[in-house]
Design a protein around this ligand. Structure first.
Ligand SMILES: [Zn+2]
Ligand SMILES: [Zn+2]
Length: 175
């Protein structure tokens, strides 16, 4: 398996590289960074002053390279995402295509008026990426609040979760 991290819009290189190496260590597989040059303006919804998560997700392509049987593509962006029925989302996944997206926007302390904290941001981002990847492996939300597959409705949920699949979720990963 290989994971492709698609950088959508501008994100600091150190953040991308740290996410890449941590994800690679977590899943024990190759993780590659690719630049996604797509125009993001088309996903902007003026009424909400946010971007449509579902539209952005469906625009992502999971194109495994030659000789690669299985790949996962995760778009990483800094724009504020929402989906119908929710004020915002940290991320979204499509198990059918093996694609996902995660926004760093609301994982940043500065979004809430606090001092930026890159270590905390990276920790949160890694959790959200692993969570969305879990969905691409067919996992649903888990009722265990400490499990990475628990739904995050707010940052406190994300901070409470551990970067671990619980004993019930882990076997379903099939890895
Ligand atoms: Zn989820
Ligand atoms: Zn679980």
């Amino acid at each position: 398996m290989k994971i492709i991290l698609e950088q959508i819009g501008s994100i600091n290189d150190n953040i991308m590289e740290t996410l890449r190496s941590n994800l690679s260590a977590f899943f024990g597989c190759l993780v590659e960074i690719r630049q996604n040059t797509k125009q993001i303006d088309v996903f902007y919804v003026p009424d909400r002053n946010q971007y449509s998560s579902s539209m952005l997700l469906s625009s992502l392509e999971n194109a495994p390279g030659e000789g690669e049987k299985e790949a996962r593509a995760v778009g990483i962006t800094d724009i504020d995402l929402y989906t119908r029925g929710l004020n915002f989302v940290f991320g979204q996944a499509s198990p059918a295509t093996g694609t996902a997206i995660v926004s760093l926007c609301r994982l940043r302390e500065e979004f809430y008026g606090s001092t930026p904290d890159e270590v905390l941001l990276l920790k949160r981002a890694l959790k959200e990426i692993v969570h969305e990847l879990g969905h691409t492996f067919g996992l649903a939300h888990c009722t265990n609040p400490g499990c990475i597959m628990h739904f995050s409705g707010c940052l406190a949920d994300t901070d409470r979760k551990e970067l671990l699949f619980c004993p019930e979720c882990r076997p379903m990963l099939g890895m």
